[in-house]
Design a protein around this ligand. Structure first.
Ligand code: FAD
Length: 416
């Protein structure tokens, strides 16, 4: 089908065509299982979607996407629920970095980086947080030093999800220390596998290695790979963080496929726990299970309302903070309920016992309230930028960054 035919296709026609193609080509997700997070598998699945003409639905056609509407993407999402989808590419690759490049990238950057991204050939990571800069990202101290027609990056990034499997990163660094903190930041595109970058995996509570820390030592970046203006990168960062909130709240038009199946799994998992612990007839337990179904329904309806409202311009881009906050609180509540029903089974369990899952999920539940900006920061955004309440005090506002007092630990040294 040609591009012009596709653009004339209604969401309903697109959905029917997707239904037929998926049935013939896409592997089904095994019953009761979540989507695989393996990046190699995701690359293959994305390639398959691309070959079938179902990748990058809302990305501009000029840069390898289909240039269709949110309604087309939602139609595809409905059809892909029972299939194995490359969901690990949604965040950050498509929903955050793809969206940021679409908004702030030059024509050349979009031409170079978006098509391979949409084909699943290049996976991205965010190099934002540093050992001493997280919520207050603008206090970052990775150093970007101008050297002729390029910049040299020195410093360290941390908590980068999936950096060991990624090809490129969006990296935020300080290019000017003589101005207030928000005014001296530049955003760079960084090829990860190159001399000067060391990626170290961090082992988490469960023995997993989702996170990495990176050490940059005189990493040379061409001016062509500056996103936005030199020293004015905070504008790009703000846009990127808005895309992050939208993606994490399921409100990005550039992500594809839904996490709903694992959410289903979480709810049915709670039912399984109630059954195996003999609590299924207990009135209080039944109330908690009902609460979880209601919570999932309300969350999904709220997502629809806010995402379509943002697409129509009825809500500001900061409204993604509402979804991000709700998603995190709902995840924590589900985890608490699972633990309450599982009881002591969550502390010691036999292999395959659903109560054990409740225990390990409880230990990691805080991640939902931290990743993508903490819930406290979402509340700040809602109060200050949506409700126009007074901004919180900041001792460093308006002061050149090199005059702001820092903890000694914030003076980063690159790893030799
Ligand atoms: C699952 C997960 C994935 C992540 N992936 C990435 C990634 O890919 N790339 C990346 O760069 N980073 C990533 N991060 C890091 C994440 O962005 C940071 O952990 C987060 O921004 C918080 O920063 P911090 O850890 O330095 O905590 P801090 O900023 O030190 O915050 C500590 C506590 O103080 C609170 N706090 C701080 N400032 C305020 C304030 N002004 N008002 C009220 N409360 C405040 C915070 O809410 C928090 O509770 C990830 C984190 C997680 C958990």
């Amino acid at each position: 089908m040609t591009e012009s035919n596709q653009s004339m296709e209604t969401p309903e026609e697109f959905q029917l065509r997707a239904r037929a193609w998926l049935a013939d080509n896409m592997p089904r997700r095994p019953e009761g299982q979540g989507h695989l997070r393996n990046f190699d598998r995701c690359r293959e699945l994305q390639k398959l979607l691309h070959e079938g003409g179902f990748a990058g639905v809302c990305f501009p056609a000029e840069y390898g996407g289909l240039g269709l509407t949110l309604e087309h993407q939602q139609a595809l999402d409905e059809e892909t629920m029972s299939y194995d989808m490359p969901l690990a590419l949604n965040i950050p690759t498509f929903g955050i970095i793809g969206a940021t490049l679409v908004e702030f990238g030059t024509h050349e950057q979009k031409q170079r980086y978006l098509p391979p991204m949409i084909r699943g050939e290049e996976i991205w990571v965010q190099f934002l947080s540093e050992p001493s800069s997280g919520s207050d990202l603008a206090s970052l101290t990775m150093r970007a030093t101008r050297d002729g027609d390029s910049f040299l990056l020195n410093g360290s990034k941390i908590w980068s999800s999936g950096a060991q499997s990624a090809d490129y990163g969006i990296c935020v660094a300080r290019s000017n220390w003589d101005v207030p903190k928000h005014d001296g930041i530049t955003v760079f595109i960084v090829k990860i596998k190159q001399p000067g970058i060391v990626v170290e995996e961090i082992v988490d509570t469960f023995g997993g290695t989702e996170f990495c820390q990176e050490f940059f030592d005189d990493v040379r970046i061409s001016m062509d790979d500056v996103v936005g203006e030199v020293d004015a990168g905070w504008t790009v960062v703000r846009g990127l963080l808005a895309h992050e909130r939208n993606s994490m709240g399921n409100a990005s038009p550039l992500t594809s496929g839904l996490e709903l199946a694992p959410t289903d799994h979480v709810v049915s998992d709670i039912v399984d726990i109630a059954r195996t612990t003999g609590m299924a007839s207990d009135p209080k337990t039944r109330q908690l299970v009902g609460e979880n179904y209601a919570l999932r329904f309300v969350q999904s309806e709220t997502t629809n309302r806010i995402s379509s409202g943002m697409a129509r311009g009825q809500f500001p881009p900061t409204a993604g903070a509402l979804l991000r906050l709700m998603g995190a609180r709902a995840a924590v509540r589900r985890s608490d309920v699972a633990l309450a029903i599982a009881g002591s089974g969550a502390a010691a369990w036999h292999e395959g016992d659903p109560a054990g899952n409740a225990g390990s999920r409880f230990v990691g539940r805080q991640a939902a309230e931290i990743g993508g900006g903490t819930t406290e920061m979402q509340r700040n955004i809602i109060s200050e930028r949506m409700l126009q309440m007074p901004r919180e005090l900041a001792a460093d506002r308006g002061i050149p960054f090199n005059e702001v007092r820092h903890n000694a630990a914030t003076t980063q040294k690159s790893k030799k």
